[in-house]
Design a protein around this ligand. Sequence first.
Ligand code: PGA
Length: 234
Amino acid sequence: MTKLIVANWKLNPITKKEAITLARSSDFKHVVIAPPFPFLEDVKKVLKKASLGAQDVFFKSVTKGPFTGEVSATMLKKLGVRYVIVGHSERRAMGETDAVVNKKVKAALDAGLKVILCVGENKAVRRRGVKKAEEFVRGQLAKALKGIKSKKNIVIAYEPIWAIGTGRNDKPEEIAVIVRSIKRTIHANVLYGGSVKPTNIASIISRGGVQGALVGGASLKKKDFRKIVSAVNK
Ligand code: PGA
């Protein structure tokens, strides 16, 4: 199975110059770099090994039109974007519903993009146990994948919300339980996301049953990211 490491830069960095520098130092095979929209084109120019990713996409399957502030899947595709992150918990927290996530998955696939679909439970759900988290995640998946026939261009990112940006990653054995449950729902590669660091990536890969990682904070740190990539590709 092909390994994949996604660098989700989120709302970073600030300047084009910084983005280019960061992209150059993150340009490895099996890597997807997802910068903010304004830097997509410049980042693409410097990438030789990594693929370009976007952090979001317009939910409608239209190429253009009167939709202020939106970026269509077709525009991304034409710009050289290969992957798009859909349903990240930070977007869901800003009001993105399961129905919108489902539309975004469809719009991205229709335009020929690969989808990195994010799912994951919050702290309240997880406190009630791994079984409850499994059920929650399976529910999210069912809603996000409703009506989607071909799933071959979908990668799932399992990201427990309580582990994102907190420095507290999920235990590999518990990740493995949820990953197995995801794989019973969809035949796809699964990544783990949530406080991935050079110090925890090896055990997450070897015992978590995942094919890679979605990396936020550590993808902004040149050395940390390089270490994570080499650990995943070992
Ligand atoms: P983090 O973010 O690595 O900073 O926890 C992961 C993500 O949100 O994709």
